[in-house]
Design a protein around this ligand. Sequence first.
Ligand code: BGC
Length: 449
Amino acid sequence: MTIPSDFLWGAATAAYQIEGSPLADGAGASIWHRFVHTPGLVRDGDTGDVACDHYRRWAGDVALMRQLGLKAYRFSVSWSRILPGGIGAVNSVGLDFYVRLVDALLENGIEPLVTLYHWDLPAALDDRGGWLNPEISNWFADYAAVMFRRLDGCVKKWVTLNEPWVVSDGGYLHGALAPGHRNRFEAPIASHNLLRAHGAAVQAYRAEGRHQIGLVVNLEPKYKASDDPADIAATARADAYMNRQYLDPAILGSYPEEMADIFGEAWPDWPAHDLALIRQRIDFLGINYYTRNVTRFDPDAWPLKARAVRQKQSTYTETGWEVFAPALTDTLLWVKSRYGEIPLYITENGAAFFDPPVSPKGGINDALRVDYLREHIVAVHEAIRRGVDVRGYMVWSLLDNLEWSLGYSKRFGIVHVDFESQRRTPKESAHFYSKVIASNGTILGAEAS
Ligand code: BGC
């Protein structure tokens, strides 16, 4: 294996999915707090009120990370703990939580990667229009600056947004995620304001910060189901919508031409000064990769007229995602060829499977997840071998957690969480991953030969 010796092996989480205590110590409500407490929106009525109780158990969780040998931990900050009203007065008790966490990580030799926005918008800002209000770029940059001023001495890698596509698609187009809107006119506006907020936060960082800042997108390569021109065009639309809608403006300064075709009259003509704000130099790009799609034209699929075709021979995860590791190599090669030389991190990769029960010896043999991780890490290595500058890999997720509107029904953790007792049990995948880290990936080379 040719993995660089300073490769960042880590695991990722997000505030609302693990912390619990969402209103503790003066925090304001977020849109997720509201969403989960609206009857019928989340499976089994699950909420993040307790989640993994990480807000209180963070020290034990850091000890666990050290035990696993993680070199990095990617987590997100809850905006409404820092600024309960989204703007205005800083809640220093909320800020202190993250200061303590970062200090503990550093004491344990674990590098923090801090995401400023992983979907939990302060509810007070949603009341002012949320991502539909163009003012949000200033709100976000102000919040980001509070974090930079307090933590840039210790945090060397910042992420503005996690997966703007999901925020817009789930939150404003299809409505399965907070704030739960379903509106073709809103989705492009939300996307555009997310990008403007990203640009404004990067600008704020250039004024305040001394280290690195980047963006995290979820990429899902689209493969045409056939050579039928309708399938080819559908594949291009799906690819533009999911894979290029954010990276093109952020890195190249323009939206993909397919966007107007997809949204029709709902696609505005964006001003050039917005695109200039959006296109800021970033220090790295984070890629979240879970699956690919084989895409076919479907006139009834709204609004893309494209849908994924199920692959009979493939394994699917519990979230219905095809396991297909070679597409991760393809994705990394594609990013390099389209967007140029930019340091890349896999900021999320993982899978939900039904885990077997705890064995009499206390172990959890999650063999499917071990296979998934092995294949995907090998796929990352293949991209590095072919010249892509990949500098780290973070498993999603450290802990089983609240899978958004699917509640606790889907487990992504390499560490099992018993939500009754809050007991943490590293699964076989955690032990496997520890060995990968300790050998800097060489055990995979050995296994493969
Ligand atoms: C998100 C996570 C989520 C995971 C699995 C990503 O889209 O960043 O918050 O839990 O995928 O669905």
